[in-house]
Design a protein around this ligand. Structure first.
Ligand SMILES: C[S@@+](CC[C@H](N)C(=O)[O-])C[C@H]1O[C@@H](n2cnc3c(N)ncnc32)[C@H](O)[C@@H]1O
Length: 335
């Protein structure tokens, strides 16, 4: 499967909204954490039921107008915290009667349209790509890291086949001046002269940069583990992924800790793993043809969910499995 998605076609309205709501509605009458508030599409729908409360978080608080409207309208039924979801276990307020935690990964339409955020290759000027609460930008990555490090980021996070040559050209360009968004696009176009597919030449490199700038891998891994810690037994964890690297992580997290498996077939005692989640659907839920027609970007979305069955946890196998991705993220630590 292709790991990259076309940001220009990104969702204009909440993806898989009806599916998310029908999954969580049997648990209505409590608090739901919306880990990715965005434009508030999911939160709004959950709050339509007056027995529900929403504790929303987002690393970007530029939707402050929407947040304030929600506060006014829903009063004590709605709280917002400007925070990264990796820190979900350190929220300011105690959450009572937690029923579910929802992640809708990716970018909101406002973020994509914001030229200052520079998430798209159609932007001009200084590279950025910070969603909010970041330590460095795409400008730091592209203008400060070495050739081998850049190549690794483009290859692993973007699955870019020309990662080596693109990174060499970046280093050579940098000798004369700092690379801006349009320069980076020109460099990529000069390497990948012909377009073999419908996706823009720069799609893969830009995806890789967005992943590293926003620490998307460690955010997701910590977000899932910490959500599990605060979710009561019987609570539901719902995740809508946006690209295949995210889905790989979510799939492993839910599946590996869901089915009874023998740790090793060579062990005489047939030790079995704990069942941490009940999975209702083994396969991900994907948008209907109708939704894809209305919103072409939704075609890359995948919804997976599980109901928590017990409190036992040891996620060392999970983090170990994705160490190769976490190691790439660490490349930017020294910036
Ligand atoms: C696809 S949008 C969510 C759209 C939302 N479901 C709606 O209906 O409007 C994703 C949101 O997640 C936020 N986000 C991404 N990574 C995050 C993280 N690590 N912590 C907190 N928020 C994050 C982004 O800032 C963005 O606003």
């Amino acid at each position: 499967m292709n790991a990259t998605i076309k940001l220009e076609n990104v969702k204009h309205f909440p993806v898989l909204l009806n599916e998310v709501i029908s999954i969580i509605s049997p648990l209505y009458g409590g608090t739901f954490i919306d880990c990715t508030f965005g434009q508030g599409g999911y939160s709004k729908k959950i709050l339509e039921n007056s027995s529900n409360k929403v504790y929303a978080i987002d690393r970007d608080c530029s939707s402050i107008k929407i947040i304030n409207t929600f506060k006014k309208k829903y009063q004590s039924r709605f709280e917002f915290e400007n925070r990264k979801f990796s820190e979900i276990s350190n929220l300011e307020k105690n959450i009572k009667d937690l029923k579910g935690i929802i992640f809708d990964l990716g970018y909101s339409i406002n973020q994509i349209k914001d030229p200052e955020k520079g998430l798209s290759f159609n932007n001009k000027g200084k590279l950025n790509m910070r969603m909010g609460l970041n330590n460095f930008s795409a400008d730091d990555i592209v203008n400060k890291l070495g050739q081998k490090e850049l190549a690794k980021i483009f290859k692993i996070f973007g699955e870019e086949k020309s990662s080596s040559i693109i990174s060499k050209k970046i280093i050579s360009f940098r000798k004369n001046k700092n690379i801006q968004t349009e320069n980076l696009v020109d460099i990529i176009n000069s390497v990948k002269k012909k377009r073999f597919s419908k996706i823009h030449n720069a799609t893969k490199v830009f995806q890789a940069l967005r992943i590293i700038v926003n620490n998307e891998i460690s955010e997701l891994i910590s977000g899932l583990i910490n959500s599990f810690k605060i979710l009561p037994v019987g609570g539901i964890l719902v995740i809508v992924t946006f690209h295949s690297i995210e889905d790989k992580i979510v799939k492993f997290f839910l599946k590996n800790y869901s089915e009874y498996k023998n740790v090793s077939r060579y062990l005489p005692s047939r030790i079995e793993k704990k069942n941490l989640f009940k999975l209702i659907n083994k396969k991900p839920i994907i948008p209907s043809t109708n939704e894809i027609k209305l919103n072409p970007a939704s075609r890359s979305a995948k919804l997976r969910y599980g109901v928590k069955l017990n409190n036992h946890f040891d996620f060392s196998e999970f983090t170990k499995k994705f160490n190769y991705l976490l190691d790439v993220e660490k490349i930017a630590k020294g910036i």
